[in-house]
Design a protein. Structure first.
Length: 347
């Protein structure tokens, strides 16, 4: 198909002209693409200085995580040897400098030449965060991350605290005379989690063949499902699913994609899965999380008060790409929470 004038973005065209110089062509053109990570923080570039003080804790309140998720890596720029602890903090209230240390990643720099560092965390070393949590760093010795002084109001928390402990709370309220504010070349690589906490709940479903879609769990943005987390206490199979409603709040839904999981004695309890690239599921804002039990249920759940706000049906395994009306009434309600979350990255 071809046209003679340049097309306009957003416009539709009928490219049905016949090419007489065919019958077919190959052109030397390749499109490349990458998944999008959410990188929270300042650009990691070589900045004006590196701190000469030691034992500092610095938290930048300008950066907070937009929803529940986990830190899956870090980026930073350095030009000094030394050790730095890259940290996640939870403020006592919005804007507060009374904070609890959630977790940290220790990084040792052995090269003093200017360079960037990217760190990928494996599942066991990732740091869980909630909406409104933030991040910072601690230098046991002199600084390693490059930074700039910037004008404007002081928008950080600071203290000389040589070795804060994970799980402890601190008042990081010391005044910084060398401000008024700073930018440091460090970023937290963030992956969102959409769903209820993956904990051991009151029961496991005894029915089979159920499809359950939670209308409270809608993706906030377009993105990619990169994995799942769940809590189980029965061995069996479950299909973890993404559904697209015909309209907001509707149980007329289309199955967009699914991941089949087998729970056995080796992975029962808390389970965190990362999907291979070819298994990841593209999602649009408004898509929903659900599951299907071919046999008895495996995911733990709770009954909760409130209006029934889910879609449900007993049916055979649904087919990706097909549309279903999941409008059956659940007598054992009125509402449920299941220990299931989707890991996702925005586009």
């Amino acid at each position: 198909m071809w046209m003679q004038s340049p097309p306009t973005v957003g416009h539709s065209y009928n490219l049905d002209s016949v090419i007489g110089w065919g019958p077919q062509r190959k052109y030397s053109l390749l499109a490349t693409f990458e998944e999008a990570n959410v990188e929270v923080g300042w650009e990691t570039v070589n900045r004006a200085y590196v701190d000469s003080g030691s034992g500092q804790v610095f938290v930048d309140k300008r950066f907070t995580f937009p929803y529940r998720g986990e830190i899956i890596g870090w980026n930073m720029f350095t030009r000094a040897k030394g050790t730095v602890n890259l940290q996640a903090w939870s403020p006592a209230s919005e804007g507060s400098c009374t904070m609890t240390l959630l977790g940290q990643t220790e990084v040792t720099v052995s090269d003093s030449s200017p360079h960037s560092i990217s760190i990928d965390l494996d599942i066991g070393n990732r740091i869980a965060v909630e909406e409104g949590d933030t991040f910072g760093w601690n230098n046991p010795g002199t600084g390693v991350i490059t930074g700039d002084m910037v004008s404007g109001s002081q928008t950080h928390c600071f203290k000389y605290q040589s070795s804060p402990a994970v799980g402890q709370s601190y008042a990081l309220d010391s005044d910084i005379g060398w401000g008024p504010s700073r930018k440091y070349s460090v970023q937290a690589v963030f992956q969102g989690l959409l769903g209820w906490k993956e904990v051991n709940r009151a029961y496991v479903d005894s029915g089979s063949g159920q499809v359950f879609v939670d209308k409270r769990l809608a993706f906030p943005d377009d993105g990619i499902v990169t994995g799942w987390q769940l809590y189980s206490r029965r061995e069996g199979k479950v299909s973890l699913q993404i559904w697209r409603p015909a309209s907001q709040g509707n149980c007329d839904v289309t199955l967009i994609g699914q991941t089949e999981v087998t729970v056995d004695s080796s992975n029962k309890g808390f389970l965190s899965l990362d999907l291979d690239e070819c298994e990841e599921i593209p999602v649009k804002a408004g898509d929903l999380i659900g599951w299907n039990n071919p046999g008895l249920g495996v995911i733990t759940g709770d009954m909760v008060n409130g209006v029934q706000d889910h879609c449900f049906k007993n049916l055979g395994p649904p087919t990706v790409g097909q549309r279903y009306n999941l409008d059956s009434v659940i007598g054992w309600g009125p509402q449920r929470k299941y220990s299931l979350s989707a890991k996702f990255k925005g586009c």
